[in-house]
Design a protein around this ligand. Structure first.
Ligand code: ZN
Length: 281
């Protein structure tokens, strides 16, 4: 009787303990599912500019069916905005999603995500000064990532190249891979290679370009491949090349985007009125 009573109490105690553990587990699952929280809605002109940045870079040939542009959240530095997995020229406002710096979506709503979104999360974490990031596979940049010839500033629009454009060699950090930045570890390795520079080439893959604003990063993303093309053309001519002097580059960069607003207006109007964009809706 006593032993039955004891067994009954033990059984109830065990059931109670299991219930507590189950409740805690469920709570943690719910917490994991509901995190990260949103930093709040973003003003529609900012979203419109992020959509425009995608369309501009597609229109300018910097992004093809791949590559992406992100913007740090205006109210929370630990969040960023990036499209769902979609070709940049087709992106609309409703495609823009919010992520935390671990690159978890706030609310995926069943949408597929860019495999290489970790590029963005890890660079925003490492570089508080960076407000916008572009990842491109622009072909003109590839020769400088696979050869020993460094990119140097040859053109006043690309004066930022004078700060140095390092090359990220993924083999040094991860051995043989499929070359994609598939997780936080590889994202951190790329952020390390970027350091404090405005861009880094990714050997045999493309580049990552950063900036203090969306307009600046779009401008840099257009002029970096153009600088690469011009440098290769000058090299093909033979003989010595006169690069921008570091002092010239500094004076150009001091002009805060060298009147980029005028070009932005024209790029945006052209990209947003292209038939490809409207056909995608
Ligand atoms: Zn890529």
């Amino acid at each position: 009787m006593n032993s039955k009573l004891h067994a009954g109490r033990s059984g109830r105690a065990l059931w109670f303990a299991i219930s507590i553990v189950a409740t805690l587990c469920n709570a943690s699952i719910v917490a994991a599912q509901t995190l990260p929280t949103s930093a709040g809605p973003v003003e529609s002109p900012l979203i419109e500019d992020l959509v425009a940045a995608n369309r501009i870079l597609a229109d300018q040939g910097v992004l093809d069916g791949w590559g992406h542009v992100s913007l740090r959240h205006p109210r929370n530095p630990n969040r960023y905005l990036l499209s769902r997995s979609r070709a940049p020229e087709l992106i609309n406002a409703e495609d823009i999603m919010e992520f935390d710096l671990d690159s978890n979506p706030v609310d995926a709503k069943g949408r597929s995500l860019y495999t290489e979104r970790f590029i963005h999360g890890e660079i925003y974490r490492a570089r508080p000064d960076v407000m916008a990031i572009v990842h491109t596979h622009a072909p003109a940049l590839i020769p400088f990532g696979i050869s020993k010839i460094p990119l140097k500033p040859v053109y006043h629009r690309s004066a930022f190249v004078a700060a140095g454009i390092p090359v990220f060699e993924i083999r040094e950090r991860a051995g043989m891979t499929d070359m994609l930045i598939r997780d936080q570890v590889l994202g951190r390795a790329l952020a390390d290679a970027l350091g404090s520079h405005p861009a880094a080439l990714m050997r045999g893959h493309g580049a990552v370009i950063v900036g203090p604003s969306l307009q600046r990063v779009v401008g840099r993303s257009i002029f970096l491949p153009l600088n690469a093309t011009l440098q290769m053309q000058a090299t093909a001519l033979g003989g010595p090349i006169t690069y921008l002097d570091p002092e010239e580059a500094r004076k150009i960069e001091e002009r805060e985007g060298y009147g980029l607003g005028r070009a932005w207006e024209a790029w945006k109007q052209k990209a947003m009125t292209k038939p490809q964009g409207s056909a995608a809706k």
